[in-house]
Write a protein that binds this ligand. Structure first.
Ligand code: F0G
Length: 354
């Protein structure tokens, strides 16, 4: 019998901005698997752990923040919540809004989000607007709308509630490992999750639950790496659509996480991202969406550059589920043998020994 009832009703509640008056709108998010990667550990000489955030109810880490944001919106009597998204935030917002009986309005860049994520928003009953522009355009319009209409903004920008929820990933890691790791790797798009993950480690450290702090290593796709270049990118490009962001809203938070932790924010190519994406599934049995492999690609890149000392304990956030983006998965093509339904034919197709 599971005793887990989602983040708001978990031991982490004390760190969340909720009160007894807050209705807990939950899908039992959080408490995700932390798996040791034999493959990455032996390859790097480190102890590498994978935080599988695709195991959250809508398939990404966004649920951690959304349970808080939607619960508080419901408490305030909001009727409509609004967000811009590369796909996962909209899927999560739509699900939690459905559960709370609220309307979700989601703005997405037309033709640029994975179909699984769009399908989620459709199925959860969101009001969907496809914008002829980038995610950054969607976010600009969303903020303007939220300033002039009675809607609750549930993007992490200016929404401390989302970040507070997303901090819980660090609490779970420390509780599972007994202390903070040496390095925490993760993909970076709009900058919210690196901000929240670092904030979580700091909170736990200050409270005495961890004796140390990790270095935070964030990775952007090289065609969408404004934080690496130090300037916004007008036309961000990467096949990892979730992190196709040219002007991160949590810019300052991301840079602070890097500076305060003595970490780094670096770029990895799409080739590196997709190589990591394939290897994670084939070697560790974990199917992530392409953007989620950026942390793994980044770790391997640092290792190849001689920047990763052996013996470190490393945690990598795998931010979203591979099932969200089947186009990306099948783009390579695949091989399968067609046979009749005769057992002997199937045995031959499988090249099974007699
Ligand atoms: N990984 C995945 C799967 C994401 O969906 C995102 C962001 C990130 C990593 C990066 O996190 O933005 O906090 O730096 N997705 C947002 C969205 C932009 O709209 O779903 P971040």
């Amino acid at each position: 019998m599971s005793t887990w009832h989602g983040l708001i009703d978990s031991p982490y509640r004390r760190w969340l901005p909720v009160t007894d008056d807050t209705p807990a709108v939950s899908l039992n998010e959080g408490n995700t698997p932390l798996l040791r990667s034999a493959f990455l550990s032996s390859l790097t000489g480190c102890e590498v752990w994978l935080k599988v955030e695709g195991a959250n109810p809508t398939g990404s880490f966004k649920d951690r923040g959304m349970t808080v944001a939607i619960s508080r919106a419901a408490e305030r009597g909001a009727e409509t919540v609004i967000c811009a998204s590369t796909g996962n935030t909209s899927a999560s917002a739509a699900a939690y809004a459905a559960r709370a009986g609220l309307t979700a309005a989601v703005l997405v860049p037309r033709g640029r989000i994975a179909l699984g994520k769009l399908s989620q928003a459709v199925r959860y009953g969101a009001r969907i607007v496809e914008i002829d522009g980038t995610f950054d355009d969607c976010l600009r319009v969303t903020r303007e709308l939220a300033g002039h209409h009675p809607v609750a903004l549930v993007n992490s920008v200016g929404n401390e509630l989302r970040l507070a929820g997303q901090r819980t990933v660090a609490y779970e890691v420390v509780d599972a490992l007994g202390d903070a790791p040496d390095v925490h790797c993760l993909p970076v798009g709009n900058g919210g999750n690196i901000t929240a993950t670092w904030g979580g480690y700091r909170t736990y450290h200050q409270a005495g639950f961890a004796t140390r702090l990790p270095r935070v290593w964030g990775f952007q796709a090289s065609g969408a790496a404004p934080l690496v270049h130090g300037a916004p990118v007008a036309d961000p490009r990467t096949e990892a659509s979730a992190i196709r962001v040219g002007n991160p809203a949590s810019w300052d938070g991301a840079i602070a996480a890097r500076e305060e932790s003595g970490g780094l924010i670096a770029a990895v190519s799409d080739e590196q991202i997709f190589a990591a994406y394939r290897e994670l599934a084939r070697r560790d049995g974990v199917f992530v969406e392409p953007a989620s492999a950026a942390g793994v690609a980044g770790l391997l890149d640092q290792h190849a550059r001689g920047q990763l000392e052996a013996g470190l304990r490393v945690v990598i956030t795998l931010s979203g589920n591979g099932l969200k983006d089947l186009d990306a998965s099948l783009r390579d093509g695949y091989t399968a043998t067609e046979t009749s339904a005769v057992t002997a034919d199937v045995a031959r197709a499988l090249r099974l020994a007699a």
